[in-house]
Write a protein that binds this ligand. Structure first.
Ligand code: MN
Length: 288
């Protein structure tokens, strides 16, 4: 049964995160609550052309607690360091999956090599909530390079879909996750069609980054827009009106209270105050 389209959303207004990330926030838990659970927020950075610089562009040391940040780079290079000892540079096609868990501090910059040359920049940062029982998980960091992400073909040069987390058609993604969820990263070539199959009962969003998709023959979804699909039903028919890159997010909703403040996402206000106090007193550690 085809999933119903619950709505189409987008955001034309951007803002800068530090001086390295010109983003549009396509969704946030403050607007969608548990309707996209376990996904909390999606920032789409770029496309943007950076000039060469010898300076460090990005965001300096800041904390997170209670969820995971997933950074998918399409163009440019991002360098990360955190208090769990995690770090590294990721480039086009690579993914960083950082578990803030019980508290982390990190920094996110353009890599020195990319800053020096400048050029096109495009990435997504997705925030994935942790079940309350895992908000105390130790902070951790996974580097997932492009070569380790398996891909499912849509057939006959129609395009393909990388399985970053979860699985599709028996192909498993490399990310270690804490709840039942899928993150798929697809390309559908102009004029091609595909029918996707989804787990029943999952929240579901199809996020168009570049190009244009016609969903279920009914809704045209352009760049930096997404459709929210009904958890009921298990298919969606996609048609690319242009060379189209899109993300598919599905998950078993956590259905737990969400209390968020800036870089912290917990279940109660009391836990938020506690997180702020822990950060202030240095409990999240340092970047060595
Ligand atoms: Mn951060």
């Amino acid at each position: 049964m085809q999933k119903k389209i619950l709505g189409r959303y987008g955001n034309e207004r951007g803002h800068w995160v530090g001086d390295g990330f010109p983003v549009r926030s396509l969704f946030s838990y403050s607007d969608f609550g548990n309707n996209l659970s376990p996904f909390l927020l999606l920032d789409y950075a770029g496309p943007y052309e950076f000039t060469p610089t010898a300076e460090r562009r990005g965001v300096g040391v800041h904390p997170h607690k209670g969820f995971e940040t997933v950074t998918i780079v399409y163009d440019g290079e991002v360098e990360h360091r955190d208090s769990s000892g995690g770090g590294g540079v990721i480039g086009s096609g690579d993914v960083q999956w950082m578990t803030a868990g019980n508290g982390i501090v990190h920094q996110e910059y353009h890599s020195p090599a990319y800053a020096k040359t400048g050029g096109p920049f495009r990435m997504v940062q997705l925030w994935v909530n942790l079940p309350s029982s895992d908000k105390s998980a130790p902070a951790a960091y996974q580097t997932i390079i492009s070569a380790d992400i398996p891909s499912v073909s849509f057939g006959e040069n129609a395009g393909s879909m990388r399985v970053i987390a979860g699985s599709y058609d028996g192909v498993k993604g490399p990310a270690h996750v804490f709840s039942d969820l899928n993150v798929w990263d697809a390309i559908l070539h102009q004029g091609s069609e595909v029918t996707l199959h989804f787990p029943k009962g999952h929240t579901c969003a199809i996020v168009v980054l570049e190009g244009q998709l016609i969903v279920n023959g009914a809704e045209t979804v352009g760049s930096a827009q997404f459709v929210l699909l009904d958890p009921e039903g298990d298919t969606a028919a996609l048609q690319a009106a242009g060379e189209t890159g899109f993300l598919v997010l599905t998950g078993e909703p956590l259905n737990e209270p969400i209390a968020g403040y800036g870089p912290f996402v917990m279940n109660t206000q009391e836990e938020i105050h506690q997180a702020m106090e822990e950060f202030r007193s240095g409990k999240f550690g340092d970047i060595s």
